[in-house]
Design a protein around this ligand. Structure first.
Ligand code: CTP
Length: 479
């Protein structure tokens, strides 16, 4: 039987479903069931706009916060005086584009009414493990799993004891036992209960089980004259903790670092219409630029002529020849890390024709070649402004490791990424690469051979190595 995740439907359909279910005072899931039943029975209401019911006066307008992905939470409200804060928590979660389905324990209903919770969450609320309406399709399992996170607020001493011992004798504890989602608890109880040895044991057990706790805070208790640790965290603190679990921050290990990269071939003119080139596609260098940018670096990419889109968020300098590439690289300094992935032409034509060279009776025009500047060697040997980490590539067709090791010494860089570019490997212009990272470790040359990977994966792995060396504090920012 297929299952349907409502939050993955498109926005127009979701809005229609929400309005219609609110009007009919049903949950969105129930409304979908009703629509399907009506369709099958041939009594469907037309899917045309209808007047939305006035929102309950207490109902907040959910704030849309741009491109945040939607998420959903099952909120279990336990029985305690702090339950009133869970009403504000619903609002705070909805502000963060989080759908909230609420479960109230029996005790919670003594503190907040199902009606208030339902009005704020815009969903029906769940209270009973043996509710035939929601249990005919194992509702507690759906509440446990058809969400991204379970939040328990307030988490009472009793609920935590049940969780720690695997009880499932009511809807809340059954959901907590049946879930495979992360659980966030916001404990709230009297300080003596919080400090009781039984609660300490239960908290330790729950933490071992991977449950995350927020709070409790210390302060005045509801009971007159009592104070200490046991106050439930504020709604905004719980909503922020939930958001961190739902949308963990993407690590940016190269934040604050400036990374300079060369990529692609160079074109060395013979005359205004002809040039010397090589088969480099630029894919590896572009992939490194994108990976470094994703890792938070400021990236300057100096690229020869390629047929690739500029990576988003990267400053790209387009050049043709080796000399132009060197000029742009020098202009981009200082940098913390420089990666030379370009296949720079070793030679250029010394006697470049100002006009198109013509066929003459005298035979082929002689092309005099002169050596291009070695950009990697030039930058590696700079006395001033040398980036603290300089990485070269070695494109070889034979004796890969030996040639790459001697390139490391000859060019004076810190690491060499060696790759076999023999035609049989398909590396030049292809999408995959097999590389060996050659570096110096305590005076020795170390060779780290990686398996065949896509050029994107090679880039991500190289950036991860760079990030590790940055966090090792082996790198100091360029002066
Ligand atoms: N490189 C460079 N400037 C050049 C030639 C090469 O910056 N004029 C850089 C490449 O970007 C690469 C490294 O030097 O990081 C090695 O390039 P490769 O083509 O493998 O070697 P070459 O130096 O050209 O030596 P050979 O042709 O003898 O292998």
């Amino acid at each position: 039987m297929a299952s349907l995740t409502i939050r993955k439907l498109d926005d127009a359909v979701k809005t229609y479903l929400r309005l219609r279910s609110a009007k009919n005072r049903r949950s969105v899931e129930e409304e979908v069931r009703v629509i399907l039943r009506e369709l099958i029975e041939g009594r469907e209401e037309p899917l045309t706009p209808f007047s939305a019911p006035p929102a309950p006066s207490s109902a907040p307008t959910p704030q849309r916060t741009g491109a945040l992905p939607e998420a959903s939470v099952t909120l279990i409200i336990g029985g305690g005086i702090a339950a009133y804060k869970s009403l504000d928590l619903i609002r705070r979660l909805k502000e963060r584009r989080v759908e909230v389905r609420c479960v109230l324990t029996k005790a919670a209903q003594q503190f907040v009414t199902p009606l208030a919770v339902s009005a704020l969450s815009h969903e029906r609320i769940y209270t009973d493990l043996f509710d035939p309406q929601s249990e005919f399709d194992a509702g507690h399992i759906r509440l446990a799993r058809d969400c991204d996170l379970i939040v328990v607020a307030p988490a009472t001493a009793d609920l935590m004891a049940k969780m720690a011992n695997g009880h499932a004798d009511d809807l809340a504890s059954a959901i907590l036992l049946a879930t495979n989602r992360k659980i966030l608890l916001a404990p709230a109880m009297n300080p003596l209960m919080w400090n009781n040895a039984a609660t300490r044991r239960n908290v330790a057990q729950l933490q071992r089980d991977g449950v995350v706790l927020i709070g409790p805070n210390s302060g005045e208790m509801a009971e007159a004259g009592e104070a200490g640790v046991g106050r439930m965290s504020e709604a905004i603190e719980i909503a922020n903790a939930a958001e961190r679990l739902l949308r963990p921050p993407v690590p940016k290990p190269l934040a604050g670092k400036r990374v300079l990269i060369t990529a692609g071939p160079t074109h060395e003119p013979i005359d205004p219409v002809r040039y010397i080139a090589n088969r480099s596609s630029g894919k590896q260098g572009f992939a490194i630029a994108a990976a470094a940018q994703a890792a938070g670096a400021e990236v300057i990419l100096v690229s020869g002529p390629v047929d690739l889109d500029d990576p988003a968020g990267v400053t790209v300098k387009h050049v043709e020849s080796a000399r132009q590439m060197l000029e742009q690289v020098q202009a981009a300094l200082p940098a913390d890390i420089a990666i030379f992935a370009a296949a720079v032409a070793d030679w250029r034509v010394a006697n470049e024709g100002e006009q198109k060279l013509k066929k003459t009776a005298a035979g082929m025009p002689p092309l005099q070649l002169v050596e291009n500047p070695d950009i990697l060697a030039t930058i590696s040997k700079l006395a001033d402004k040398r980036p603290p980490l300089v990485i070269g590539f070695a494109a070889e067709t034979e004796h890969l490791i030996d040639n790459a090791k001697s390139k490391l010494a000859r060019k004076g860089c810190d690491w060499i990424v060696a790759n076999d570019v023999s035609p049989a490997t398909g590396v030049m212009g292809g999408d995959r690469n097999t590389v060996h990272l050659i570096s110096r470790k305590s005076g020795e040359i170390a060779v780290d051979s990686w398996p065949v990977m896509t050029k994107e994966q090679v880039a991500i792995e190289l950036v991860a190595h760079i990030a590790r060396s940055v966090t090792d504090k082996s790198l100091e920012p360029a002066s």
